[in-house]
Write a protein that binds this ligand. Sequence first.
Ligand SMILES: Cc1cc2nc3c(=O)[nH]c(=O)nc-3n(C[C@H](O)[C@H](O)[C@H](O)COP(=O)(O)OP(=O)(O)OC[C@H]3O[C@@H](n4cnc5c(N)ncnc54)[C@H](O)[C@@H]3O)c2cc1C
Length: 308
Amino acid sequence: MKDLLIIGAGPAGLTAAIYAVRAGIECAILEKFSPGGQVVNTYEVENYPGFENPIPGWELMSAMEAQARRLGVPIESVDVAGIRKDDAADSFIVTTADGGEHAARAVILATGASFKKVGVPGEVEFTGRGVSYCATCDGAFYKGRTVAVIGGGNTALEEALFLTRFATRVYLIHRRDEFRGAKILQDRVLSNDRITPVYDTVVGSINGATSVESVTLINKKTNVQSEQHVDGVFVFVGYEPNTAYCPAELLNPAGEVIVNRDMKTRIDGLFAAGDLREGSIRQIVAACGDAAVAAVHAYAYLAEREHR
Ligand SMILES: Cc1cc2nc3c(=O)[nH]c(=O)nc-3n(C[C@H](O)[C@H](O)[C@H](O)COP(=O)(O)OP(=O)(O)OC[C@H]3O[C@@H](n4cnc5c(N)ncnc54)[C@H](O)[C@@H]3O)c2cc1C
């Protein structure tokens, strides 16, 4: 049995592990894909302190992973499917999709969040054939072409700007009359002559024969429908927490894990950090901060049990 299991190897999980091993806790990370989390899909990060110039997302996360591995943190490749407390043994059983079980005295949940779908006809059918959730991964396919970006928050604005490196026209479709993203990003978007903002508008459907050819736009103020030719659609309309494996008692109605300021959940010995928690500002530095808090309190929890 491990002292501590950490679920997820994004910024929160890797940071929690770094703090835990340095405190002498025997821990391991369980990660369903490769380490790095959402940041590996980020073209570049400009707001994580310590780097004078923007750093590519994959580079930042490779460094965090290397740091954790150097300190001796094992990262196991498994998809966590459930977690329960064994009260008699005062420990946790983490179950995995392949039928495996892992036991630990304490657990930190750090499984982050995933993209929300926009939920219109054509979205599922054309995913991978013109519909994408990752500009860094797919942007280069649209050299000299026309794309739509759906959304108006920081990620939508950042990714629309990134796509102008390839696409000659980016329609930025937002349901409100102004973007929600940071002022500096709004200024960059509005002064970029490859981006056409389309306000007060939702996408009714994504259309095409074998791949994306157009989007049907609906103006929310006038109800007027129009058809816009595009070769690709990038969806950035928010996130949902990756918490399907969590007991319902831990979650709020949005599926986020409820924690106190020590990152403790409602179950003693179970902590949560990063984008999956209620009130997260969904930023790398915040995920790392949460994780440090969670690891320090996990250490205190384990130490208290040892000295009983
Ligand atoms: C396109 C984009 C651009 C962004 N740009 C910035 C930026 O410039 N600056 C910034 O500060 N933030 C940015 N963010 C936000 C930032 O990426 C997140 O806040 C941060 O990654 C959250 O870290 P996390 O560790 O909580 O979760 P995540 O990064 O989501 O990591 C969670 C990990 O858990 C794993 N996991 C999920 N479910 C399971 C399971 N059942 N079993 C095992 N493992 C599981 C996932 O595979 C993943 O590796 C951006 C996000 C995106 C998508």
